[in-house]
Design a binder for this molecule. Sequence first.
Ligand code: MN
Length: 313
Amino acid sequence: MIHTKTYAGIPEDLAKLETAKIVLIPVPYDGTSTWQKGADKGPDAFLDASENMELYDIETDSEVYQQGVFLADAVTENASPEAMVEAVHQATKKYIKKNKFVTIFGGEHSVSIGTIRAFNEMFEDLTVLHIDAHADLRESYEGSTCNHACAVYEASQTTNLIQVGIRSMDSIEKSIMDEEKTYFAHEMAMDDSWMDSAIDQMTDNVFITFDLDAFDPSIMPSTGTPEPGGLLYYETLEFLKQVFEEKNVVGFDIVELCPNENDKSSDFLAAKLYYKMLSYKFLNQNSGDDFESNFNDKTNGLNKFSKNNDDEY
Ligand SMILES: [Mn+2]
């Protein structure tokens, strides 16, 4: 895919890799989804909606695009789920090493196996905050460990996994699930203490993997497997804002937008959610300040940055 456009139509000088603090990697992949197909069209619909969105954020009184957003080449590897995951893993890692705030837009949820693997290699004591209707804890599904139903199995074994919004799973996943670190939708609906409780269980470095089907289908119908009883917009933003305030969010992905040509509201919600998350991340940071992602490459022992600089941003 050749990009002739910038993210959200921002000026070219804010879209250059050299100076942009944010990198956006589209992954238009839909190889393993089991019901409605179409998540491969998610990144284009998201980019399209982003172009038609106001870039001033009222709540934070900021224009986060001024930090610079580089739109990377899409990862289009689809020879197999395993090959796609590896391509996402490498692309993500490449940009983390360039000291960028790396974000990924899917595609179906199996892309997150690659994004999480990269962040977990690059950041110490990683928490993965998994916001989703589905537990996605199967070790393998339909012959592959890289199926969307397995999106966070690896994270459950290698990171501090916190699951939020869960309302659909197989009983077999109970043996893998840590119920202490799982916030079920039916409980969240009755009691909002889940927000503080979830944040209390996080380590400092947090990667967020956001499956859009975590939202209620009344506001997010365009997703592969809509499940009733999901999160609403403002409670989600309240939670995310608190996470960004209290933790070092090191990156995030958003997955499972399955666009519907006749109803663009979901595309727009995805575009706004992405921009809100960036706005929260860069709140209180002037565009001239250096961005330090504080990565620490565990694979070759590079210790580039102190982990105690969090107050900068
Ligand atoms: Mn899901």
